[in-house]
Design a binder for this molecule. Structure first.
Ligand code: G3H
Ligand code: 13P
Ligand code: ZN
Length: 333
């Protein structure tokens, strides 16, 4: 058993309370490798933003859970080295799909876990979430649960359609499970194709797809039912068109990739939405930078020469999100 407290990590309780009060959101960035982690920590340290490092089941399988945990521990020390006196870094399991996986993360030094039982029938979602909460809370690890189903692929939890969260269920769910935060479905989805062209309109000037708005009426109804309760938005990449263009220009093929417009995320961040999940945007930045180097310097074969630019572009992206979208800069001196 390793306590996250010994690793210098924090859970989400205080982060979220402050974020709701302050009208901003905490960035939750997924990481799978060293370059992503370096970029996240540099961006957070330079902007003094609290940050949630998210590890999916897929990331654990890809990078090895022991290595990932030591990397997160190393991240705290790296942040201090960068001059961030009191780093507020949470290590979070993204889309945990079983009690065993959540328990293993709690036992292994994670400060927060998500149990995503949203694809199960309501009562089964409650039962599994409650079981995880009871275990995690013994160790002061916070728990995110999900109600409603996002369209797209949630790690190994998949759904073809989106079912908005039902506001009439949230009080019963939060009370009976004891979860610390609730991921909701209001029209976001995972990946770089969040809407089909049929669901969008087209900007006549640019020819770009313009996605439909998120269901803010559902969010408002949820906040009315659960005043002050921390709400989480998954699937919140905005799929920056400059990265999509770069990828397509340098040999990639991502036609009509589209995300959540940043002004909608800005609006959400000012509400009870206090955690915003971003993974795909970082994948796009990484891929765009690597493709550019490969296209322009075909004889390059030192990974530092293409992973380095990828890391720089991701750092720029993370800083932009923190400062211009979530408003979490300067909240963790
Ligand atoms: O919600 C899904 C995250 O983007 C993680 O994706 O399961 O491919 O690591 P992954
Ligand atoms: P995106 O695919 O929009 O980046 O969402 C990531 C996410 O929700 C991770 O849990
Ligand atoms: Zn997610």
């Amino acid at each position: 058993m390793v306590s996250y407290k010994e690793l210098g990590l924090v859970n989400t309780r205080e982060m979220f309370a402050k974020a709701i009060k302050g009208g901003y959101a905490i960035p939750a960035f997924n990481f799978n490798n060293m370059e992503q982690l370096q970029a996240i920590i540099k961006a957070s340290a330079e902007t003094k933003s609290p940050v949630i490092l998210q590890v999916s089941k897929g990331a654990r399988n890809y990078a090895n859970q022991t290595l990932l945990r030591y990397m997160a521990q190393g991240a705290v020390e790296y942040a201090k080295e960068l001059g961030w006196e009191h780093p507020q870094i949470c290590l979070h399991l993204d889309h945990g799909d079983s009690f065993e996986l959540c328990k293993s993360c709690v036992d292994f030094g994670f400060s927060s876990v998500m149990i995503d039982a949203s694809s199960l029938p309501y009562e089964e979602n409650i039962a599994l979430t409650k079981k995880v909460v009871e275990y995690a809370h013994k160790y002061d690890v916070t728990v995110e649960a999900e109600l409603g189903v996002l369209a797209g692929v949630e790690d190994e939890v998949s759904s073809a359609v989106s079912h908005y969260t039902k506001p009439e269920e949230v009080v019963d769910f939060a009370t009976r499970t004891g979860c610390d935060s609730l991921a909701i479905s209001i029209g976001t989805s995972h990946g770089a194709y969040k809407f089909t062209p049929e669901q969008c309109t087209r900007d006549p000037k640019t020819g770009r797809l313009v996605p439909p708005p998120l269901a803010f009426d559902v969010l408002d109804a949820i906040m009315e039912q659960l005043p002050g309760f921390p709400i989480v938005l998954h699937g919140s990449s905005s799929v920056p068109q400059e990265y999509v263009d770069m990828i397509n220009k340098y040999g990639g093929k991502l036609p009509d990739a589209v995300g959540i417009p940043e002004e909608q995320l800005r609006k959400a961040a000012k509400s009870a939405v206090c955690k915003i999940n971003i993974d795909s945007d970082s994948r796009l930045a990484f891929t765009a930078a690597v493709r550019k180097v490969f296209a322009e310097k075909p004889s390059e074969f030192d990974p530092r020469k293409y992973c380095g630019p990828a890391r720089d572009l991701m750092e720029e992206l993370y800083k932009h999100k923190i400062i211009n979208v979530l408003g979490s800069d300067g909240k963790a001196e």
